[in-house]
Design a protein around this ligand. Sequence first.
Ligand code: M6R
Length: 366
Amino acid sequence: EKGEYRHFMQKEIHEQVRSLTDTLAGRVDFDEGRIHLDTLNLTAEKARKIEKIIVTACGTAAHAGMVGKVLIERIAKIPVEVDIASEFRYRDPLVNPNTVVLAISQSGETADTLAAMEEARKKGAMLWSIVNAIGSQAMRLADGCISMQVGPEIGVASTKAFTAPLVDLYMLAVLLGDLRGELSATERKRLVADLSLIPDLAGKCLDREEEVKKVAYALKDTHNALYLGRGINMPIAYEGALKLKEISYIHAEAYPAGEMKHGPIALVDKNMPVIAITPRDPWYDKMISQVEQVKARGGIVVVVATDGDEKARELADYVLWIPETPWLLSPVITVIPLQILAYHIATLRGLDVDQPRNLAKSVTVE
Ligand code: M6R
């Protein structure tokens, strides 16, 4: 039931402190600085054989996969591709027994994702999944599985089932990095210790709902929005835009910020809100210079920025503040104000966010 909340989506956004705590439970040994993902059935020998990982998924789950690419390549030094499941299945993909195909799915019943898994199986790949619905097909088909541990997600717009797989992918990256000998003990311990911060940092974002609501009020009548991000937070631009379009029906696009000058900057005028994700990660300076260019063309700028960032405050018309977060985990935190923003824009427009038009919670037909 919705309890004190108006919609399941709002309740599920607020459940993220709990769901992120549960995501870590039983998997993280903070004393030893080690990750345990037993249901993956992974050995050091298997981990060393992996030549490539292909993440396959749809929608929000695919955005999680895009973050996973940065995490696994950085931490475990394994090349990763991300393939939309409806594309993977029809492309005759290059897969062999040293390839892992990793499916991500909240429902575990998305037709395209299951078909992609079957295609991978036929070609002899190792098959893993990250799934929420216990006992679902995507869980049963895989050789190894990470369960999301977030409980049922009712709202059509996925929220807590986005942040959990981000943490799962981070844990997977650390485990693979460890098993393949890519991490020093010091690095491994620091990466593991950082996980303990995440539930509290998510809670700090939730405490700021009223401030985000003010920004929602300012943007509620817009017809368009452009989301920009780079590096590990580039997929968060995609996810922020998807949240907005699916529940508020506002046309929203996302771009890797470096692409702006190759076309999309032509869209920017005083009526175009640009939502830029600018946490303190290795792409920060590049993002700020992109925001300056948007500002110079009269766009309305909203930034997701770290507490105390004076530069961001000066530049932007509105700031969605986030607490300081280790950058490899920053997508878990930067997405939360964007979930809240989309939620409030949609409700201010009088829309039923739990049942958006034309959409089903799980897409079991092609
Ligand atoms: O159940 P799945 O994770 O496989 O679903 C995939 C997409 O249909 C899903 O993430 C969709 O994009 C959501 N409505 C996004 O909020």
